[in-house]
Write a new protein. Structure first.
Length: 268
């Protein structure tokens, strides 16, 4: 039942409640325990549940949901993974080519519900109304940094510049780097594939072998797809797969806790 309702093992659930109490400052109320508050939060983001299924009033559900949401956001320093560079003696066949690489980054679209007046700003190049989220992860698929809130029409490079300029944003020490795709500029701290060369995974699956150093580099750079797999697992939270009934500001705040839960579940 815990796996079905909360999408995590029972022991993991109880540990998360303890973490939210001790570090997230979450407190039970007269009518609802911490366990019920956290389970309600997880059920909403995992199943997009309606009010009658939780047997609580709409006002109660909303109030407790936001309490848990705020408590989750207080855990960012604990649950976001600290980047660790790839060592020279690494035996990982996908990553051993990139000494001092810290991970991979990319952007993804999360559908949001916005007013008619704001829709042009949130419309993506595919016509979807969404927010463009920048994600940075390690080679073992844990999020290092997440920047939600940008409009869907914003370019990935513009969002990355914003992330780098923030006080607590993406940091790339001298001599280290992140892997990224062709949508970003190949420069110091960021390794992007050579343009005009093969680099999509499906092109290598057809048995084609690289014939030039640039094609070989692009093939090895497929390790960056770790961030795509992270996003794929992240969107198992139902609230991220389609636009929700929350205002856009709240929708964007929900994205970070989903990433934190992703890290927490993978660790446990």
């Amino acid at each position: 039942q815990c796996m079905e309702i909360c999408l995590m093992h029972r022991n993991t659930f109880y540990k998360s409640c303890s973490l939210l109490t001790t570090h997230g400052k979450l407190r039970e109320t007269r009518n609802m325990s911490v366990h019920e508050m956290v389970a309600t939060f997880l059920y909403i983001i995992g199943h997009r549940v309606v009010k009658r299924q939780l047997m609580r009033s709409k006002e109660t559900i909303s109030r407790q949901f936001h309490k848990v949401l705020n408590a989750m956001l207080r855990l960012q320093d604990i649950l976001l993974r600290k980047p660790e560079p790839i060592q020279e003696n690494s035996i990982d066949d996908r990553w051993k080519w990139f000494k001092n690489c810290l991970g991979a980054l990319h952007g993804t679209y999360i559908p949001v519900n916005v007013s008619v007046v704001d829709r042009p700003r949130y419309r993506t190049r595919k016509g979807q109304i969404a927010t463009n989220v920048l994600g940075v992860c390690t080679s073992d698929m844990q999020f290092i940094y997440v920047l939600p809130g940008w409009e869907g029409s914003a370019q990935d490079t513009r969002i990355l510049r914003d992330a780098i300029s923030r006080r607590n944003g993406v940091k790339v020490p001298q001599g280290y780097s992140y892997l990224c795709d062709a949508g970003y500029t190949n420069g110091e701290g960021f390794l992007a594939p050579y343009k005009g060369q093969r680099y999509h995974l499906n092109e290598w699956r057809q048995g084609y072998l690289p014939t030039t150093p640039r094609e070989l580099f692009n093939m090895k750079l497929s390790a960056r797809n770790v961030i795509e797999r992270c996003f794929g697992i992240l969107k198992m939270w139902a609230i991220l797969r389609s636009k929700s009934y929350f205002p856009v500001k709240t929708q964007c705040r929900i994205i970070s806790p989903c990433c934190l839960l992703h890290n927490y579940i993978r660790r446990e």
